[in-house]
Design a binder for this molecule. Structure first.
Ligand SMILES: *Cc1c(COP(=O)(O)O)cnc(C)c1O
Length: 433
């Protein structure tokens, strides 16, 4: 009798320590996020030689169809991870939006359909809660602009962790309901995100909870690297020429960059320059303003925009995002609320993808950069769509027309159809004159 043995991809943990982003002070892999000497954020370091010895394109391809195929690059030490199918979202080659904008090689990374809560935040939370469990936390929490609350509540429910999340009280209905359904404790704070965040820093110090984006932030933010890894793999193990992504705290932007650099470092892709361009809403654009004014520091602002999910007035990783945009020959642009709505509609009408206000911001900035000649039509450009439009319906409610209500008979249908065609013709004539 013969027995077939299949060897599962070897399990390795390559994270080694936390290191200050300024200076080289080192810390153990605990729930720490700020360097005591420089007050700079801490970042996870890895043994890249170990990764290079164990990880190949083939071992990754044989892994799970989720972010955990890249687990060697993620800050977890145990075997058990929280895998709710997060990641491996579609990278779509754009035809109609590309043609509309005059681009030849445009791709859309569609995290509007990420699992389980339809935004890129599921990536960072899957990693943060896995690490939280390893560190022994039984209650998890976050300061959220909306999507993070959805993700934390959902994935905590899945993992059986207690959950208390904090949001600004004026969030969209879809984001509030999309959190409450998982039955966490939900604190709606009368204030903006920056005030919510400050409150959470105080709570974090005294309650011993795992705040995914505060004391667990070094682990949380590593989850965003998978947005870089997946794009490289999905392009056939190649890096793009240019990426356009939204900026709130600036974390996601800097981690896509770190992801590309790590793939180069371990030999999974060839080295090449990638330009990094960032998108903000004019009503909360502290990083774009610093970029335009040539400053290397970010002045906090008070947010006032429909793009609530990216409305962070005092961005924790703003200076690092600025630095990456500058050194990669990219740009950081902002667009106003009307342009954001146009961006949402443009993506929906050309590609069949309904994104939320953050995605509308990114598409509108993409358009603005193309029109300003800041994206070459030949460049392989990837635009990151990070959230789902069903969660921010009030932003477009009065901009989508109305259904034609008819009686249940053919005659009523035909009259309505004729009326709508006449209206369309009139609209066209108005466009033409
Ligand atoms: C949180 C969020 C972002 C930006 O995240 P940062 O890492 O803080 O810059 C972008 N898009 C959506 C939809 C988000 O919810």
């Amino acid at each position: 009798m013969t027995t077939a043995t299949t060897t599962a991809p070897e399990f390795i943990s390559a994270c080694t320590k936390l290191v200050s982003k300024e200076g080289n002070t080192e810390y153990p892999l605990k729930a720490l996020h700020i360097c005591e000497e420089t007050f700079a954020p801490l970042e996870v370091a890895y043994d890249y030689d170990l990764i290079r010895r164990h990880v190949t394109r083939e071992t990754i391809e044989a892994g799970p169809n989720s972010i955990w195929r890249y687990r060697a690059f993620l800050p977890v030490t145990g075997k058990d991870v929280i895998d709710v199918g997060t990641g491996m979202t579609p990278l779509v080659k754009s035809h109609r939006l590309a043609r509309r904008l005059g681009l030849k090689n445009l791709y859309i990374k569609n995290d509007a359909v990420n699992m389980p809560t339809l935004s890129f935040k599921d990536r960072v939370v899957s990693v943060a809660l896995t690490r939280a469990r390893e560190l022994g936390f039984t209650t998890v929490s976050c300061a959220s602009t909306g999507n993070l609350a959805n993700s934390t509540a959902a994935i905590a429910a899945h993992a059986g962790l207690d959950c208390c999340v904090f949001i600004p009280a004026d969030l969209e209905a879809g984001k509030v309901l999309g959190t409450l359904i998982y039955n966490p404790t939900l604190m709606a704070v009368k204030g903006n995100y920056d005030q919510v965040n400050r409150l959470c820093c105080e709570v974090g110090n005294s309650y011993g909870w795992g705040f995914v984006n505060i004391n667990l932030r070094p682990y949380y933010s590593e989850g965003s690297k998978t947005l870089g890894f997946e794009v490289a793999e999905q392009l056939g193990w190649k890096l793009p020429d240019h990426i356009v992504a939204p900026l709130a705290s600036g974390s996601l932007f800097t981690k896509i960059h770190k992801g590309f650099q790590e793939f180069i470092k371990v030999g999974l892709v060839d080295d090449k320059p990638v330009r990094f361009s960032g998108a903000q809403a004019e009503g909360c654009s502290p990083i774009a303003t610093a970029f335009q004014e040539g400053r290397d520091f970010v002045k906090p602002v008070k947010p006032n925009t429909i793009a609530k999910s990216i409305a962070i007035g005092n961005p924790a990783d703003g200076v690092y995002a600025l630095d990456i945009a500058r050194k990669t020959n990219g740009n950081i642009e902002s667009v106003n609320d009307a342009e954001i709505i146009e961006g949402i509609k443009l993506l929906a009408e050309t590609e069949g993808i309904f994104t939320e206000t953050a995605g509308g911001t990114t598409v509108a900035v993409l358009k603005k950069l193309v029109e300003a000649g800041k994206i070459d039509p030949e460049e392989t450009t990837v635009v990151y769509i990070t959230g789902n439009g069903l969660k921010t319906q009030e932003a477009v409610q009065s901009h989508v027309g109305e259904p034609l209500t008819i009686d249940a008979n053919l005659d009523s249908f035909e009259r309505a159809l004729e009326r709508s065609r006449t209206l369309e013709r009139l609209e066209w004539q108005q466009v033409l004159v």
